[in-house]
Design a protein around this ligand. Structure first.
Ligand code: TRP
Length: 455
């Protein structure tokens, strides 16, 4: 198995291409919308600390494991397991990944739709001359309306499908390289505005001063789920991208670069949001609407706020798009290679099928807001199920598969590019794969859902 059929598959043209595309997958609404809202609900500083701990140990290991499995197999998320472990049941892990892609895309496009609405409002100068209460009111009435959020969601899914139709290389590489650095620059400027607001200090304290009394089993599970979600790991998105990575790519350093970019942007988003949350008297645990209620007020308080607002929501749309294409590509690559569909047919069919579930997620804020399972709306269930269950569980199987089934020889081969480069942390990596990650993830999960009592 040397995978010399690279030429037959789409590939990334340069080292930067794949780093950019995988970073584009990782950086998205997970950093700018989900991180602040989940951190806000889970007490801030202590959550951040646990989240960082998970990224550094389990997160980077699962990411590297996915890249290795993908490059080794030259295959999609499901085909990879079939090819590397024929006549076994490991392909079921791939099935779980494809289900996770469905679930995530369904609710992710709801929020991406909100982003489009905010872009539209920003262009029309819809936030100017409104106070905090009015801006919150705008958000509520938009969120509770029926047609508008649905139209934006479907439009966003259409955009995703359009990029995927163009194929991997042309589709993904092109968009990411220029626009992500621009987004980072804008966020940094907004951080400066936010931390110089009156009362900003409280927000920084909330984010950076851990209050250990706030740690519960549930907080730890939420931190693990956020780490998986933000890094795009646990469901084979990076197996699929790994299959497009060139043989001479140094996977460990690629992994660190992506993890660093992803985590750095999440922390910056926190620095942008929380000082403003406290300065404007918004509740940090306001939930899914948090950043949409705060961002427009920050723009109002900035010179040139109109232009900043337009560009910010435009770039956030692009960031969300580079994430949704990585999710849809998982499903499409599987359908092309395993179901022998054409790219066109697979894209249209699955974009439509996922949209059906997506509509239910969006209606969770209006018509279906009273419809609850386990005390949560459909949207909240999809969000919880993917981040806190499907991704961590997928991660357990991925590390066990690499650590125990493929084993140390193949791992060493892949991380050292057949012995041509060195990897200092190889032993630690194998230990994490084989023991630490699977045991820790399972304990965090069981403790998080209260199996050991108390919470
Ligand atoms: N990581 C992305 C974000 O933070 C979302 C995402 C894209 C994702 N692809 C994924 C999450 C695969 C889990 C798995 O916005």
């Amino acid at each position: 198995m040397t995978g010399n059929n690279v030429a037959a598959r789409d590939g990334f043209s340069s080292k930067f291409g794949v780093v950019a595309a995988a970073a584009g997958s990782a950086v998205g609404l997970g950093n700018i919308w989900r991180f602040p809202y989940v951190a806000g609900e889970n007490g801030g500083g202590a959550f951040l600390l646990i989240y960082l701990g998970f990224i550094l140990t389990i997160g980077v290991s699962v990411m590297l494991a996915e890249f290795i499995i993908g490059r080794r197999s030259q295959s999609n998320a499901l085909g990879a397991f079939k090819k590397l472990a024929p006549s076994s049941l490991w392909w079921l892990v791939g099935v779980m990944g494809i289900i996770a892609a469905f679930v995530i895309l369904a609710f992710y496009t709801t929020i991406a739709g909100w982003t489009l609405e905010y872009l539209f409002q920003a262009i029309g100068n819809g936030f100017s001359a409104k106070n905090a209460a009015e801006i919150s009111g705008m958000f509520d009435s938009f969120q509770h309306s029926t047609a508008r959020p649905l139209i934006w969601q479907l439009l966003f899914m259409g955009l995703t499908a359009a990029v995927i139709l163009g194929g991997v290389q042309k589709g993904i590489e092109k968009y990411t390289k220029l626009l992500m650095p621009m987004l980072v620059l804008l966020i940094v400027i907004m951080c400066v505005r936010s931390v110089t607001l009156d009362g900003a200090g409280e927000g920084l304290k909330f984010l950076f001063k851990p209050d250990f009394s706030k740690i519960t089993g549930n907080v730890v599970l939420e931190a693990l789920g956020q780490a998986f979600f933000s890094m795009s790991i646990g469901m084979g998105a990076l197996i699929t991208y790994g299959s497009y990575v060139q043989k001479d790519n140094r996977l460990p350093s690629t992994t660190f670069q992506i993890a660093l970019a992803d985590t750095g942007i999440a922390i910056l988003a926190g620095v942008m949001i929380f000082p403003a949350v406290f300065a404007f008297g918004v509740q940090p645990d306001a939930g899914t609407g948090l950043v949409f209620q705060v961002l427009p007020i920050i723009f109002q308080q900035m010179p040139g706020g109109y232009i900043f607002g337009v560009f910010f929501f435009l770039l956030l749309t692009v960031a969300a798009l580079t994430s949704t294409i990585s999710l849809l590509e998982v499903v499409v690559a599987w359908a092309i290679e395993e179901l022998k569909m054409t790219r066109r047919k697979a894209t249209i069919l699955f974009a439509a099928a996922i949209s059906v579930l997506g509509v239910l997620a969006t209606l969770s804020f209006s018509e279906l807001s009273e419809f609850k399972l386990f005390g949560k709306t459909i949207f909240d269930n999809l969000d919880w199920l993917s981040a806190n269950l499907l991704l961590p569980l997928g991660g357990v199987f991925i590390v066990i598969f690499l650590g125990w089934i493929l084993g140390p020889k193949i791992i060493a081969d892949e991380v050292t590019n057949q012995g041509t480069i060195k990897m200092k942390l190889l032993k630690i990596f194998i230990f994490i794969l084989r023991y630490l990650a699977p045991i820790a993830i399972l304990l965090v999960f069981l403790n998080g859902i209260g199996v050991f009592g108390g919470n």
